[in-house]
Design a protein around this ligand. Structure first.
Ligand code: BDR
Ligand code: CA
Length: 310
């Protein structure tokens, strides 16, 4: 069993990412879901994580983390995710509760006590992950890989920066320079998995509560992307991380050096990906740049179909 911690800010695509991981519990051991300020305030992201946990009847702890980035003030994305952070579907108020304690300590404890190495899977700003690595650098050798959604060679929050990296670029810098291998799903690849009307139609035919929830997420998320970016639907960015855990062969990677801009006037929060190796610096990142779309959606559909019809 591969051990993972899902660190997130649900978030439509974060919720989908959790659903994918939860479908594969015979292979993946989800040690916990930790939340961070990102798409909306951390309290709201936690409530959303608990709602998803209840929907899936998932038996994993949810632990709340950082309420703001390391250095700069919070920024939220209600124009993409709505006031609740997960607008569209209506789920009952959560019955389950978050655990006591802070996500940063939870991550440290879990990595220390795990038998074998752990994969950290952040799909929001990297505040919790950076704080854990700063507070307990000794855990680094027990982290197999950081599988993150963030960055890319273009931006969606500024022309050069993607939201997760922009919100806490200082934290992202800590993560990319941590010495732990990073597997990076940036916009270059996530914009290849857009839930177009055609995809939505295909998924809307699946008749179980989880698939219905996903369909409702995709309608709201897709409308926002159409409105704000003139795109044909919402890219299910965060889902790439957990789809990769299920089937790494869906993606094509380049092993490169990557770092984060934290000073640029126009480029703050940009991931600087050395695709041609011009810096000569050792590779620290597995940069995903292509996905087999047909295989991706086939697997995604199969995952949703396999959920219980009750
Ligand atoms: C990222 O930002 C958030 O809005 C999404 O959940 C995703 O993690 C995409 O830029
Ligand atoms: Ca996210």
């Amino acid at each position: 069993h591969r051990k993972v911690i899902l660190d997130c800010d649900p978030g439509h695509d974060d919720a989908i990412s959790i659903i994918i991981a939860a479908s594969a519990q015979s292979n993946l051991d989800i040690l916990g879901i930790t939340t961070v300020a990102g798409n909306v305030e951390v309290d709201k992201n936690t409530i959303n994580a608990l709602k998803v946990k209840d929907l899936l009847k998932l038996n994993v702890p949810v632990v709340q983390g950082a309420a703001r980035p390391l250095v700069k003030a919070s920024e939220i994305a209600t124009e993409i995710h709505g006031e609740s952070g997960m607008d569209g579907p209506v789920l009952p108020d959560p019955k389950s509760q978050k655990e006591e304690g802070h996500a940063v300590d939870f991550i440290i404890d879990q990595v220390k006590k795990a038998d074998g190495k752990v994969r950290l899977v952040p799909t929001g700003p990297l505040t919790n992950i950076a704080m854990a690595l700063i507070k307990a650098p000794e855990i680094k050798s027990d982290v197999e890989e950081i599988v993150l959604m963030g960055g890319g060679t273009f931006g969606n929050w500024t022309p050069s920066a993607e939201f997760n990296i922009y919100v806490d670029a200082e934290a992202a810098k800590v993560v990319f320079n941590s010495g732990i291998p990073v597997t990076m799903f940036g916009l270059d690849v996530t914009h290849q998995v857009i839930a177009t009307d055609e995809i939505q139609k295909r998924l809307a035919g699946i008749n179980n509560p989880t698939a219905k929830f996903v369909s409702e997420l995709l309608v709201f998320f897709g409308d926002m992307y159409k409105e704000h970016f003139g795109m044909s639907g919402g890219p299910i960015h965060d889902a790439c991380t957990t789809m990769y855990l299920l089937d790494p062969d869906l993606f094509t990677f380049k092993h490169v050096h990557a770092d984060v801009e934290t000073k640029g006037e126009l480029t703050y929060g940009e991931t600087v990906v050395d695709l041609l190796g011009v810096t000569g610096k050792p590779a620290n990142t597995n940069f995903a740049y292509e996905v087999d779309q047909e295989k991706f959606w086939n697997l995604f559909e199969a995952i949703l179909k396999a959920y219980d019809e009750e």
